[in-house]
Design a protein around this ligand. Sequence first.
Ligand code: COA
Length: 170
Amino acid sequence: MEAKLPSESRTTLTDLVLPSETNPLNNLFGGELLARMDRAASIAARRHSRRIVVTASVNHVAFNKAIPLGSVVTVEAAVSRAFKSSMEIFIDVWVEDRESGRRSKANEAIYTFVAVDETGTPIQIPPLEPETDLEKERFEAALRRKQLSLVLAGKMKPDEATELKALFEN
Ligand SMILES: CC(C)(COP(=O)(O)OP(=O)(O)OC[C@H]1O[C@@H](n2cnc3c(N)ncnc32)[C@H](O)[C@@H]1OP(=O)(O)O)[C@@H](O)C(=O)NCCC(=O)NCCS
């Protein structure tokens, strides 16, 4: 299978924060942001694999900054590594300043999607070839994150997580 670039899956969703999507402090609900990130990540995973994709796990979410009512929020998702049937999707969330138009990073998340056939059985996907320094950095760390996710899900023995273990041994 021919390798694909992260830019081929990059997906950008821009939308406003409406009153029905906020908490009592008038900031965006965490669940609403998770849904927006899941949608963007799902499109990125489809663009990479050209298959039906399902969310396998949400590996990391950091709600670093509250996003106020009326904000223009951009969710940017791209495949950061492809394995056999699973893909890690890295998501960056940006908020646009109303006056300057400058974007600042509000949150980030890492999701895992799996490509499946019509019966829901995992299916082989193309590899990913990172290009930029950031893409290479995310690609390198993705294997450790996959191992951690599988260990936490009880699907891998800690002893088998070789690359993850090496982090603590050095
Ligand atoms: C995701 C799903 C297809 C995995 O099925 P499975 O029987 O565990 O299949 P496998 O063990 O062959 O795993 C398939 C791939 O997923 C990866 N995977 C499974 N669980 C994972 C987890 N918790 N974290 C990271 N990767 C995971 C495996 O490592 C494997 O990757 P690889 O093929 O790239 O090496 C299956 O659990 C499923 O359909 N879940 C429901 C998905 C869904 O409905 N999501 C919406 C949320 S409601």
